[in-house]
Design a protein around this ligand. Structure first.
Ligand code: N01
Length: 528
């Protein structure tokens, strides 16, 4: 296709779908390119067994349309991947979005020249647009470690982030899972139920808390639906933009006695989910408070896992919450099964993959299938795999050589009319993503409307505003414990990636700043 649009959107996940809807409301001619064959983004690709959201379903949905949020019925407290994908498809149908989406088409290059973006795809499309919106998601480029011998393996290799549409059958098979992050922790209990033998290769033990998932109580749903906007408003005032039903405590651990601290941790452990990190006001600020919560989880692990050595290996030592906390259903108990084995690879990694399996710590393991649950090149990976060139032909790769630099996580100096949705430097992955997505899309739509109403065609972040923003993001992170472990928030999971803490902590303050920027005529931007 060769065509001219006002807006090109890359990605048909929750960000791309809503951006398209808003573009239409503004009367903009828009086109979406999507690499997958359907909508849903993360929820299209991550179909591994056990995949479900760790934000409660009554919150993990759009709020822009009251009829939509009233009519959709979630079945469980934490929705499964198939249910969330059904929801994304429902939204696409309800708002008739598919006709402007080109599926199975990957954007490979975008070049800015003389007020417009020239966008190229792997299907040979060459389109031009005034505005380019990257709705590419934060966790959409899989990390496939380059392990010696990987191409020699005789059986199938799966990655949780690119799971096949046809469900693999592990019945009677010996399966190896590499990694113990959220994806592994969700899939391991289910793979263990099917496989003859499951071997889990763990480099770093991870903290996980029980989900306490359950069918949704109709009375609870009715209460929320009776005034959904008020529920949304309360959630948007939370630091992570979710969880007003169980808000973070404002009391620091040191102001509580030992029994009160214990009770706070127990209550949140019983409640289930990420709320555990809100047991103390300073759990992610103060080492002693964090140590107490971490030891509490280790004690729980020892209480569940019968083999002492396995329990010890499963017990993480790092700061809890510093890497994304995992939420599980039966993860630790899975290691009591006779067909499950934990292999510690923290000291020397995996020696090599062989046709029959793996060599680890000098011994051979025979396996029929391998599952890489090794995560993503988060937040920047997908953007940097596209050849994006801004003013004067400068590439995004060059602009971000020392780590991503944005203004508000929405815009990059030197790249006019390019918008990022939930980009680095915005709260994104530290929040309920759908809430952050809607806030970004609304801001972008209002910005474009503002430009049009004033007869202006371009907007670009000022380098000075961007530098100040990068400093602000670093300063906020520096006041917490988040920067003190090797997480994907910092890019530390990808060899050679610059270490920069990418998300910004604190949704309400961020929204206030975005609104203030707009109210001041897009302060920190130049328009022409
Ligand atoms: O990926 P991860 P994920 N050799 O990066 C290991 C979201 N999510 O897909 O810690 C051996 O967390 C790596 O080890 P180490 C959520 O935000 C949400 O699980 O680097 N091992 C780690 O154990 C989450 O945080 C949900 O030492 C290697 C694992 O692989 C994010 O997605 C569900 C290795 C990767 O863990 C990513 O989660 C799923 C190597 N060469 C995902 N390289 C929910 O909503 C990496 N590893 C619940």
């Amino acid at each position: 296709m060769k065509a001219r649009f006002e807006l090109v959107i890359v990605g048909a996940g929750f960000a791309g779908l809503y951006m398209l809807h808003r573009a239409r409301q503004l009367g903009l001619g828009a086109c979406v390119f999507e690499a997958g064959s359907g909508v849903g983004g993360t929820w299209y690709w991550n179909r591994y067994p056990g995949a479900r959201c760790d934000v409660e379903s009554m919150e993990y949905s759009y709020q822009f349309d009251e009829a939509l949020q009233q009519e959709w019925r979630w079945s469980e407290r934490f929705a499964t991947q198939p249910e969330i994908l059904r929801y994304a498809n429902h939204v696409a149908d309800r708002f008739d979005l598919r006709k402007d989406i080109r599926f199975e088409t990957r954007v490979i290059a975008a070049t800015y020249d003389d007020g417009r973006w020239a966008v190229r795809t792997d299907k040979g499309d060459e389109v031009s647009a005034q505005f380019l919106v990257m709705a590419t998601g934060c966790l959409s480029s899989t990390n496939r470690p380059d392990i010696k011998g990987i191409d020699t393996f005789a059986g199938p290799i799966f990655h949780t982030g690119e799971w096949p549409h046809e469900e693999p059958d592990f019945t009677g098979k010996r399966v190896g899972v590499i990694g113990t992050g959220s994806s592994a922790i969700q899939s391991i209990p289910l793979i263990a139920q099917q496989a003859r033998q499951l071997v889990v290769y763990q480099r770093t033990a991870n903290y996980t808390v029980p989900a306490r998932n359950a069918p949704l109580d109709p009375e609870f749903v009715a209460r929320i639906k009776a005034d959904y906007p008020a529920f949304r408003a309360r959630n948007s005032l939370q630091i992570n933009a979710f969880g007003s039903n169980m808000p973070r405590s404002s009391i620091p651990a040191r102001e509580l006695g030992p029994a009160e601290r214990r009770a706070a941790l127990e209550a949140r452990w019983e409640y289930g989910g990420l709320f555990f990190l809100g047991a103390f006001g300073d759990l992610l600020l103060d080492q002693a408070a964090n140590d107490e919560a971490a030891e509490f989880v280790r004690e729980k692990i020892r209480g569940v896992v019968k083999d002492r050595e396995v329990a010890r290996l499963l017990s993480p030592g790092q700061i809890i919450g510093c890497k994304r906390l995992c939420v599980d259903s039966g993860y630790y108990a899975t290691f009591n099964r006779p067909n499950v084995r934990l292999v510690d690879i923290s000291a020397s990694g995996i020696d090599e993959i062989t046709p029959q399996g793996m060599r680890v710590n000098g011994s051979s393991h025979e396996l029929d299938a391998l599952v890489f649950a090794t995560g993503f090149d988060a937040m920047t990976g997908t953007l940097l795999r596209i050849d994006i060139r801004g003013r004067g032909g400068k590439t995004l790769q060059d602009a971000w050589r020392a780590g991503p630099r944005t203004y508000l996580g929405l815009s990059v100096a030197g790249f006019p009319n390019l918008f990022l949705i939930t980009g680095p430097g915005s709260p994104s992955v530290l929040t309920n993503m759908i809430v952050s997505i809607e806030q970004h899309v609304n801001w972008i739509a209002e910005c474009i409307a503002h430009l049009r109403s004033r007869g202006r065609g371009t907007i670009e972040a000022l380098p000075s505003a961007q530098e100040a923003w990068v400093e602000h993001v670093n300063a906020v992170a520096g006041r917490t414990l988040y920067t003190q472990c090797s997480s994907w928030y910092l890019g530390a999971n990808i060899p050679g990636k610059s270490r920069v803490f990418m998300p910004l902590l604190g949704f309400p303050a961020y929204v206030e700043r975005c609104n203030e920027v707009a109210a001041k005529g897009y302060e920190g931007f130049q328009t022409s």
